[in-house]
Design a protein around this ligand. Structure first.
Ligand code: FES
Length: 181
C-alpha cells in the first residue's frame, strides 16, 4: 500500500473541512415557504411576498387565510389649492376629515390643528389602504388591522403599517384652510 505522508494527509483533511463549510445548502432549505391564496396563515394583517406577488393574511370563516393584498395607488398630487374648511371649523388640537375634489378625483383627507399650525394627510392607511379616522389623544386609527398614526405628524405609532401617512401642504388664509393636492 502506498505511504501517505503526514503533510499530504493534513492537506486532504483541511481541504475536506473547507469544502464542507462552503458546500451549498440543500435546495429545500433555501426554498422560501410557498404562499398561495387560500393557504393557512397565522397573524391577521401580516403581509408576505412570494413569487413576486404580495399576499395578506385575513380572517375568514374557515380560519386565517392568505389572499392577494390590495394595492391602493397613492393619490397623485397636482398643484391646486383646495379649500377644506373654514378656519373656525377646526379647533385647537382637533382633527377633522373631509373629501376634497381635485382634478376630477376625490381625496379622503384628515386635517389637524397643531400648536405649530394646520397639517393635512391622506386618510389612506399605508398598510392596505383602509381609511384612518381621528381617535383619542391626537391619534389617527385604522380599524382594519389596528394601525395607529400620530395626527400631528402622520408617523406610525403602532403597526402593522410601517410607513407614515402621505402628507399634503396646508395653508390657512382669509379665514379658510387649503390643501395643495
Ligand atoms: S389597512 Fe391594515 S391597518 Fe390599516
Amino acid at each position: 500500500m502506498a505511504k501517505i505522508s503526514r503533510r499530504s494527509l493534513l492537506g486532504m483533511v483541511s481541504t475536506g473541512f473547507v469544502a464542507f463549510l462552503f458546500a451549498p445548502t440543500s435546495v429545500d432549505a433555501l426554498r422560501e415557504p410557498v404562499v398561495r391564496v387560500g393557504g393557512s396563515c397565522r397573524k391577521v394583517g401580516r403581509r408576505k411576498t412570494s413569487g413576486g406577488k404580495t399576499f395578506e393574511c385575513v380572517k375568514t370563516p374557515n380560519g386565517n387565510k392568505w389572499r392577494r393584498a390590495k394595492t391602493t395607488p397613492p393619490p397623485q398630487p397636482t398643484t391646486s389649492d383646495v379649500k377644506v374648511f373654514a378656519s373656525s371649523e377646526l379647533a385647537a388640537g382637533a382633527s377633522k376629515i373631509a373629501v376634497v375634489t381635485s382634478g376630477g378625483r376625490n381625496y379622503a383627507v384628515v386635517v389637524t390643528r397643531t400648536s405649530n399650525g394646520v397639517v393635512g394627510f391622506s386618510r389612506s392607511c399605508t398598510h392596505a389602504g383602509a381609511l384612518v379616522s381621528p381617535g383619542p389623544s391626537g391619534r389617527l386609527t385604522c380599524l382594519a388591522h389596528g394601525s395607529v398614526f400620530n395626527a400631528a405628524t402622520g408617523a406610525v405609532i403602532e403597526g402593522p403599517a410601517e410607513i407614515a401617512l402621505t402628507s399634503y401642504k396646508v395653508s390657512e388664509r382669509d379665514g379658510a384652510i387649503y390643501l395643495k393636492i
